[in-house]
Design a protein around this ligand. Structure first.
Ligand code: GLY
Length: 425
């Protein structure tokens, strides 16, 4: 039986203006296009004025932040839909050019997922149509994918589709995706393998894999396949043992020997150094153990999530948005990573409702809100019609790899909207 912990339709609020895709159809262009755009910007103008007034009186309410973010999303998400080729997905926006991907890219589920979350939170049926369209495009993914990212791709798209609609038509891909991920599990290492490609690795496992366990626990419940939940728990237990340092920060990658399970090495791929705390890795760890605590009610996972959360509270900057790596010596001149901030905000918001400690709960909730407020500020939230249709600016994909540096990323938007939904619940 699925939990609908995050299910909510905002009935008390609907956008002041709603424009269907038809309103932007080619026959209206170009003469009406700018009128429409201007009209669509009106809610943003009003809220900006309201904000200016509020700054004299106190903190903006979360409902006001939500309205503002939804107004921006109303334009950005449809701009992306209008520009996407039929078989592509938004990836980033660099040097004024949108970069899209095919369905194999690990992020292909996040745009459909963001549309599902917006449908859930606003009740706007046009988001549902868009979400269905872009989720259906991924239907044959489980037959093609060859790494652990199937979990990200399927959970954000099909997972949300089923959770929100309860329509069983979404289940076939979810089940296939879970079986595909389970096929990457080794009882020798006690983990699911991340990548098939090798840089002298034998059985590489990155902390990101914790995120992918959710399709295993979901499918286990839905199809009475206990072995899937057992795989998820074994992976989570092995990761607690081998990925974490004494201070609850974690390595990015642990390489196992596939024949006897011994550890061949621990290192980073996307972080500053092997011994550093790469920010998004810490975010995946926090979110992953919070999710596993929710899914399994195993005390050890909650304890792990609390340990990671407490470490982050100690190390996060004042505004809550982490530098891309907590140990980059260039701090405070190092880049921030909005994606890690958004993932953490969503996880902190959920963990605040799970911890038994009222002190922790308050601190986690405060951090989740602080991160959300910073991300919803001018410094990170895009102006409508800019940023290639993405919501957030200033994420970091892979600095050592020289890709996606200080750009928008689809998963930053996804976890930002998820965090917003959790905080206004
Ligand atoms: N592999 C997922 C990430 O870059 O965080």
């Amino acid at each position: 039986m699925l939990k609908y912990t995050n299910f909510r339709i905002l009935t008390e609020w609907s956008p002041p203006f709603h424009f269907t895709k038809d309103a932007r159809s080619p026959e209206l262009l170009p003469c009406n296009y700018y009128n429409i755009l201007n009209m669509r910007r009106l809610p943003i103008l009003f809220t900006s004025i309201a904000l200016a007034l509020l700054s004299c009186t106190g903190e903006e309410s979360l409902d006001s932040i939500a309205r503002r973010v939804y107004s921006v999303a109303d334009i950005q998400m449809r701009d992306i839909d209008n520009r996407l080729a039929p078989d592509s997905y938004p990836k980033t926006y660099e040097n004024g050019v949108p970069k899209d991907s095919d369905q194999g890219w690990w992020c292909s589920g996040f745009y459909p997922g963001t549309l599902w979350l917006l449908y859930e939170q606003t009740g706007d049926e046009s988001y549902r149509s868009l979400a269905e369209k872009h989720t259906l495009k991924l239907s044959d993914l489980p037959d093609k994918i060859t790494d652990h990212d199937i979990g990200f791709q399927i959970a954000s798209s099909f997972g949300n589709a089923y959770r929100i609609t309860a329509d069983t038509c979404w289940l076939a891909s979810l089940k296939k995706g879970a079986l595909c991920l389970a096929g990457r599990f080794s009882p020798v290492t006690g983990t699911t393998k991340s990548w098939n490609f090798s840089r002298n690795w034998d059985f590489p496992v990155i902390i990101d894999n914790m995120m992918n366990l959710e399709i295993l626990t979901m499918a286990s419940r839905l199809f009475q396949l206990d072995s899937l939940a057992e795989i998820a728990c074994t992976h989570a237990n092995t990761t607690i043992k081998n990925h974490f340092r004494d201070d609850f920060s974690c390595f990015h990658l642990v390489d196992y020997d596939s024949t006897d399970g011994h550890i061949r090495g621990k290192q980073t791929v996307q972080g500053y150094s092997d011994d550093s705390a790469w920010a998004r890795g810490q975010a995946w760890a926090l979110y992953g153990y919070t999710m596993m605590a929710r899914e399994t009610a195993v005390e050890q996972y909650l304890h792990q999530a609390e340990g990671i959360a407490d470490m982050l509270l100690e190390r996060l900057p004042e505004d809550g948005i982490p530098y891309w790596d907590f140990d980059d010596p260039a701090i405070p001149d190092a880049l921030r990573d909005a994606s890690a901030g958004a993932i953490m905000s969503s996880a902190f918001a959920e963990l605040a409702g799970m911890t038994a400690s009222s002190t922790r709960s308050k601190a986690y909730r405060q951090m989740a809100e602080r991160q959300l407020r910073t991300l919803a500020s001018e410094a990170y939230l895009a102006s409508p019609g800019t940023n290639g249709g993405f919501l957030l600016k200033h994420s970091v994909g892979n600095i050592p790899g020289g890709t996606e540096i200080d750009v928008p990323l689809s998963y930053a938007d996804y976890y930002f909207i998820e965090a917003l939904g959790r905080l206004i619940e």
